[in-house]
Design a protein around this ligand. Structure first.
Ligand SMILES: Cc1ncc(COP(=O)(O)O)c(C=O)c1O
Length: 398
């Protein structure tokens, strides 16, 4: 029998992050010790009060399908959170509960993009925002995030790239892979562009709780006239260390929620029932758990940023959010992919080549500091030693 895969699958690239991870795991299976800085997932366990809520739900027999939209109590808890923390007033019926934010991205894009439509997405970016529009026959048009501006938006570039086919703009704040947090004046100007050109905004806020040095996360939906043109995308994965639980949500005007629900119904039916129960607890019974995790992320970030900037040949901005450091390695004169492979092979440290997130990421490596402080100390030591070795080889070759 011949294997026949539909042509559309060629429009999606496999994950370059997983490629590094697979290689690192294979090395471990062969008995080597590898320091993992490639995967963007919390290394903390899910807080106990959330696990207990899931266990209670299972014991109570909450094991069946829920409403496709999600449990009304959870939708209300999300609406309350969005009002309390983000300053946007949503009704519970303006919230759709999904299987991770990842599913919400698919639902939103399937709902708003016709074939041939364009959507503006950052470069570099978490790649779903490129792959999903392309799969749907739409076109992801990239705008650059530049290190010189602290990875803020270049609003002139965005303006110049709007055409009569542009349907929406994607923003990710705090950002993966740059760690940048968009400033209020930048968001205000973007909102102006969106209103002027009648664009929707997809605002990915999955890292909103992971902000440092008093940086303030702002939801663009809270700006005047923006709630009706924003899809606020979020979920439990990062802040609550619940990435394996697969729970996300999107808040938007109800007409969109109804349309997206058709996609969601046929895709996943609903998010898992007992996970929804746990998410209600996560949002309504939170103590210091998230704050404690953020404190520890900041401690690791501070160490790693100082160590990287003290390594001749490397430099980085101090990320204001998320748990990534985007390391500038341009002066080493190697392609990111080549350098990442060399570091894994020789120093046993796994870092993601920046070009995996788009051409704008070439010349960078993404380091996740969602790993223990001790491993970060050792990883930075190995990185420094390896880069010194590379530089002295280069000198000798001259
Ligand atoms: C920007 C961004 N959005 C969404 C996700 C995935 O979220 P979820 O686990 O809720 O699907 C990730 C995961 O790395 C991410 O980096």
């Amino acid at each position: 029998m011949s294997v026949r895969i539909a042509e559309r699958m060629n429009r999606m690239a496999p994950s370059g992050i997983r490629k590094v991870n697979e290689k690192a795991l294979a090395m471990e299976r062969a008995g080597e010790t590898v320091y993992h800085f490639e995967i963007g997932r919390p290394d903390f366990d899910t807080p106990a009060y959330i696990k207990q809520a899931a266990c209670r739900a299972l014991e109570q027999g909450k094991v069946h399908y829920t409403s496709n939209f999600g449990l009304m109590e959870l939708r209300q808890a999300i609406a309350d959170k969005l009002k309390r923390e983000n300053g946007v007033e949503y009704k519970a019926t303006e919230v759709l509960v999904t299987v991770g934010l990842s599913e919400a991205v698919f639902a939103v894009l399937a709902t708003i993009l016709n074939e041939g439509d364009e959507i503006l997405v950052p470069d570099p970016v978490w790649l779903n925002y490129i792959n999903v529009p392309n799969l749907l026959g739409a076109k992801a048009v990239t705008y650059g995030l530049k290190e010189e501006t602290g990875f803020q938006l270049d609003l002139d570039e965005i303006r110049a790239k709007v055409t009569d086919r542009t349907r929406a703009v994607v923003i990710v704040t705090p950002n993966n892979p740059t760690g940048g947090v968009l400033e209020e004046n930048v968001l205000q100007e973007l909102a102006e562009i969106a209103r002027e050109h009648d664009l929707m905004v997809l605002s990915d806020e999955i890292y909103e709780r992971l902000v440092y040095d008093g940086a303030k996360h702002i939801s663009i939906a809270s700006l005047p006239g923006m709630k009706e043109r924003t899809f606020t995308l979020n979920g439990m994965s990062k802040a609550y260390a619940m990435d394996g639980w697969r729970l996300g949500y999107v808040a938007a005007p109800e007409e969109y929620i109804l349309a997206m629900n058709k996609f969601h119904q046929h895709n996943t039916t609903c998010a898992p029932s007992f996970v929804q129960a746990a998410a209600i607890a996560a949002l309504t019974e939170e103590g210091d758990e998230v704050r404690e995790m953020v404190k520890e992320y900041q401690r690791r970030r501070d160490y790693a940023v100082a160590a990287i900037n003290a390594t001749p040949g490397l430099s980085c901005q101090c990320p204001k959010g998320a748990f990534y450091i985007f390391i500038n390695c341009k002066s080493l004169g190697m392609k990111s992919a080549e350098l990442s492979a060399w570091l894994l092979e020789n120093a046993k440290i796994a870092l993601v080549p920046g070009d995996v997130f788009g051409p704008g990421g070439e010349g960078y490596l993404r380091m996740s500091f969602a790993n223990s402080y001790e491993n970060i100390v050792e990883g930075c030591r190995r990185l420094r030693e390896a880069v010194e070795q590379l530089r002295s080889r280069k000198e000798e070759a001259k």
